[in-house]
Every structure is written in C-alpha cells, then in structure tokens.
Design a protein around this ligand. Structure first.
Ligand SMILES: CC(C)=CCC/C(C)=C/CC/C(C)=C/CC/C(C)=C/[C@@H]1[C@@H](COP(=O)(O)OP(=O)(O)O)[C@]1(C)CC/C=C(\C)CC/C=C(\C)CCC=C(C)C
Ligand SMILES: [Mn+2]
Length: 310
C-alpha cells in the first residue's frame, strides 16, 4: 500500500549550498580576523569547509558566551545536541547548517568532537573555577582541542609517496594528539589574554593550584594586582602554552602540503599574542593583547618559509 507522507511542518526553504558557504565566510571574517586570515591561504574547497566548521563552533560557543547566554540551560544544550544529530544524518535545520552538511559529506568526521565541544560548553555553564591544571586541560580539550580534530579531517594527511605496496596495509598516522595540542595551546593563550575580562564576569580559568604555587590569591586576581608574584605566575603559564605549540609543530609536517602554510600561519599569529602579553609587562587587566596588522603581515611569509623548510 502506498504510504502517505506524515503531516509535518511545511518544508522550509533553506539557503543554497553556495549561499550558505558565503554566509559562513562572512561570519568567520566578522568574528575571527586571525583564523579568517589563515583560511585565505587554503585551497577554496578546504577553506570553505573550515568556515562551515568555524560557524558551528562559534554558534556553540555563543550559547554560553554570547549576548543570549543568560537564557541558556542544560535543556538548550540538549536541543543543540539533537540539532547536531540531524546534521550528521544529512538534514540541515537552518541556513548556516547547509554548508556544514555539505562539508560533512565531503570530509567525513566523527560526531564525537562535536559532542565533546557541547560538553565543554556545559562545563562553562556551571564552573567558574578550576582547581588543577588537569581540570583545565579537560575544558581546553573540549572547547578547543576538538576544533583540531574537526579541522584535521579537512586539512588532510600527506600520503607517503615512497611507501611500497607492503606499507599500504599500515594505516597512515593521523596527528590527532598534535591537533588537540594546537587547540589547547590556542585556548590557553585565549585564557591568558582574557584574564581581566573573565575576572570581571567572576570567572577564573587559571588553575587555583598555580595561584597557590606563586602565593597569589583569588582576591589579588579579581583586583588586578600586578607584582612579581603575578609576573612569575604568568611566565609559568606562558611557558606551558608554548610547550603545547611546540608539541603541535611535528603534526603540521604530516599534514597535506596545501594545509601546512595556513596552519603554520594560524599557529604563529595566535602564539604571537603571548609575545604581546610579555611586551605589555603581563598587564592583562587594563589592556587586551593583540597582534598589530603589520606584524600579522610579517608572520604570513614567515609561516610560508616554515611550511617549506621545517
Ligand atoms: C586555520 C584553521 C585550520 C583554523 C581553524 C578555524 C576554526 C574551525 C576555528 C573554530 C574556533 C571556535 C569558534 C571555537 C569555539 C570555542 C572557542 C571560542 C575556542 C577558542 C578559539 C578562539 O576563537 P575566537 O573566535 O575567540 O578568536 P579570537 O581570539 O577572537 O581571534 C580558540 C582559542 C580555539 C581555537 C582552536 C583551534 C583553531 C584549533 C587549531 C588546530 C588545528 C587547526 C589543527 C591543526 C592540525 C595539526 C596536526 C597541528
Ligand atoms: Mn568563549
């Protein structure tokens, strides 16, 4: 017997694939000058896939960090998770989704990093202190390491041209840990840059065990005290972030050739924020550290060199 369609909501006319990617491009350009610049160095198909992923990440982040964040509850995140499941079944729900569904078909990736990022936003909903670095690392993996895993699928791995047929059975090494390391490095940089802003919202991401170690208190931080204890603490955290950038570097060498330059550029541009924090004598309370445009432009050819030489 012929099945009649079940009565549902009238089908919504969504943006075309091209329109949706263009929207994602505009959103990426508006929200992140750094990553947008990096994506311009990619071949067009990869570039627009990264824009689509960026927009999903940005929308997820906005749920707990954006202007409507005070209305976000665990149910909101549960609904966002259901929305995600639709996308992985190939059904876009709104205009921005159309590009991501297309991207997921072209560059298959597991749902897990997307789910983990939602779990990270859940942490932001309830936590405003991190006791140990292990606690903070889990948060950093969830909100940023996951971006590395999502991006890996698009960036691609360089096939080893010298591999013989006997090597074909061996799975190629996917630099997952290195991609996660770059996400964690970026997130730690973000946290160090935004200490003052976060404190004004009552949030302290720096591990309390680290504050203790340098004899610096929560009250000092909330008051924005800059003294030798603070400088030592910041030096320690900057050093830790730099180690994560270092760990990521060996992974970049394994990426496909056309992805190395943009990733080096994104790494150098974001890591540059740490140098600015040092140049500002660790004052992250009364000024925001950012890399000036002429310096940014200098990083681009340097990144090209590194992608060819290292
Ligand atoms: C060039 C390239 C491939 C970039 C990836 C771009 C992308 C998909 C970014 C998504 C970022 C995003 C919106 C994440 C949501 C959570 C969040 C806000 C995390 C912080 C990002 C900063 O974003 P923001 O828009 O605030 O930027 P500004 O500070 O305003 O400039 C984070 C700090 C996390 C970003 C993490 C990454 C981009 C992961 C990087 C890892 C890779 C690209 C993998 C590379 C592969 C190997 C093997 C090393
Ligand atoms: Mn955020």
């Amino acid at each position: 017997m012929l099945q009649l369609p079940k009565p549902t909501q009238p089908p919504q006319i969504l943006a075309s694939v091209e329109e949706s990617y263009e929207r994602c491009r505009q959103i990426t350009q508006k929200y992140s000058k750094t990553f947008y610049l990096g994506t311009l160095l990619m071949p067009p198909e990869k570039r627009r896939a990264i824009w689509a992923i960026y927009v999903w990440c940005r929308r997820t982040d906005e749920l707990v960090d954006g202007p409507q964040a005070k209305y976000t509850t665990p149910e909101t995140l549960q609904k966002w998770h259901e929305h995600l499941e639709h996308l992985f079944k190939g059904h876009p729900v709104d205009d921005e989704d159309v590009a991501l569904v297309d991207t997921l078909q072209r560059f298959p990736v597991e749902i897990e990093p997307f789910e983990d990022m939602i779990a990270g936003q859940h942490m932001d909903l309830y936590r405003n202190r991190y006791e140990t670095f292990e606690d903070l690392k889990l948060y950093c993996y969830r909100v940023a390491g996951t971006v590395g895993l999502m991006s890996n699928a698009v960036l691609g791995i360089e096939e080893n041209p010298s591999a013989g047929p006997w090597d074909k059975e061996n799975e190629p090494y996917i630099p997952k840990e290195e991609a996660i390391a770059l996400g964690i490095a970026n997130q730690l940089t973000n946290i160090l840059r935004d200490v003052g802003e976060d404190a004004q919202r009552g949030r302290i991401y720096l591990p309390l065990e680290d504050l203790d170690r340098f004899n610096y208190t929560e009250t000092d931080l909330l008051k924005g005290v800059i003294d030798d204890r603070w400088r030592e603490l910041m030096r320690f955290e900057i050093q830790r972030a730099r180690q994560y950038y270092k760990d990521a570097e060996r992974g970049i060498r394994l990426l496909s050739k056309d992805s190395r330059w943009p990733v080096w550029a994104a790494l150098m541009l974001y890591q540059g924020i740490l140098n600015v924090i040092e140049a500002n004598d660790y004052d992250v309370f009364s000024q925001r550290a950012f890399v000036r445009t002429p310096k940014k432009m200098l990083y681009i050819p340097l990144a090209w060199l590194r992608s060819h030489v290292l």
